[in-house]
Write a protein that binds this ligand. Sequence first.
Ligand code: BES
Ligand code: ZN
Length: 641
Amino acid sequence: MFPRLPAFLAIILFGLVAACGSSQDSEPMTLDELYASEEGQDTHSFANPTEARVTHVSLDLRADFEAQRMVGSATLDITAADDAEEIVLDARGLEIREVVSGDGRQLEWEMGEATDDIHGAPLTVQLDGAEQIKITYASAPDAAALQWLSPEQTTGGEHPFLFSQGQAILNRSWIPTQDSPGIRQSWDARIVVPSELRVVMSAEDLTPQGEAVEGEPDLTAYRFRMEHEVAPYLIAIGIGDLEFREIGPRSGVYAEPSVVGEAAEEFADLEEMIDAAERLYGEYRWGRYDLLVLPASFPFGGMENPRLTFVTPTVIAGDRSLVSLIAHELAHSWSGNLVTNASWDDFWLNEGFTVYFENRIMEEVYGEERAAMLADLGWSDMMDSIEEVGGLNSADTQLHLNLAGRDPDDGMTQIAYEKGAVFLRTVEAMVGRERLDAWLRSYFDRFAFQPQTSAGLIRDMRANLFEGNEADELGLEAWIYEPGLPENAVHIESTRFTVVDRAIESFVRGGQLVNVGWREWTTQERLRFLNGLPRDLDEEKLRTLDDAYDLSDAGNSEIRFAWLMLAIENRYEPARASVREFLTSMGRRKFVAPLFEALWAEGDWGREQARRIYREARSGYHSVTTGTVDETLSWNGAGDE
Ligand code: BES
Ligand code: ZN
């Protein structure tokens, strides 16, 4: 082992290595080990990575706005075991024309049966020795990842728009690859579009001006390259009438021309946030960090597509009060995009770590008080979520989930986010911030560009973070594998909320707003107030609030949402128009789904409104949102209930 060393030195060195033995145990698994292990199984993908896996995807696609299809080819680089005969890909609704090898030979392929409408179907290709395969195909007009917007559905109203949403298992509806977060792939793309539109993707932009397409004067091509291997759900595209505004040396925002100015104002602190994140947990490894503000139908608040976070326009409040969402998506550049859940059962590794990190960025940039308020609001969200999934004994309150046979979307509750963050705050309270931060920094470094599992995290924390008996004292495994909320859970309480809670009491008792400091309050205090009110309020109190603070016309989407939930739960008639206006003007599922649920819970009064509004709004929503609301309203495919 140490051939030229004197014996005594060898003994000392051996002793040292042995003493550090535990950290050897935590050597990350190789990918082959992971794919072969139980903890590394992804039940939401048909892929056979122990035999053959995709390492690079090269897209050459034309966006056909008339047919609402992406049409062209995907060329896949493949690493296969010596005896591998076939590769299995994920596909959902794809129309495959042909599959050829890198050297042009026709390859046999077969599309399996789709047994449900979530997973898609296995696309099996006989490799016949090929290390590269080229699939010529088109996506279906109803591809779940894609939303094709008519000009009227955009803010500008003049040009169509297309965007994709890959997480969790939607990208297989427009890209035939192994759609598993543990099978990382580098990628590049060439995308052809009508010349009046611009293409952006979650990758390096090689042709910001676009380039001519031979023989097609009305078309323009854009090329992109992602040199790092990423989870395939992170491949994303936006096409539309887009303008760019710089914010910092490595940051800026893309949006429709009528939005880009206010967006740049709202997100002016972006560069500072990146700096803060780097001070906390190490270098930002993706080059640029830009935002793409989507049309209002974007189904999420934000989506952490590498180099290009996608955001809903509903975070533009005019006063930067909702920018913790940007801190969140930015934090995913470490937790989620660098270190990625190997399967959706460990979704909490992405989101829980990100919520913790998000809050630390907010503390760095906006101070302790703001961070404490946000953390405390998160605690309330967690408690509500625990209730929603059936209480502390529900298996859905676990951090590590078993989502086999379920739509991964179902398991993606606030538990992963908020209980995950509370877990790390509890660890912080035990080992101290300094030790936790040092470990987190090294964790992101050591597992950069790799998949991670709950079991892998536990091994690493035991080897490289906890000392002595700490892991057991904390109840590490129970935190991750058991339902409920351990007794040592750390609840960050905001002192400012004590004042708000007193104002709630005083208002509920007297019906007067004298002790309510609304006008001086931040958005976070206002949310605490609205969410802290008793759920049944008489009409007079609701009217007092509405008149005093103009709640039905609130421009801040979070305030508007909190108010409308309260209004619906009390069948407050004057808010009817506001409910309809809000639900027909944006498609963010976090707002849309609970509002429809609340209406649905109010008997005929609410159901009649729900049906009418949904009939009007549904065609403007992305499939992620209709998927959830269809269920609530038992809406059938015929476009009626
Ligand atoms: N990665 C998620 C969005 C997501 C989750 C998409 C699960 C598909 C499946 C993103 O980072 C996120 O969590 N967005 C939140 C906002 C955040 C501030 C909590 C959202 O969209 O509400
Ligand atoms: Zn997230």
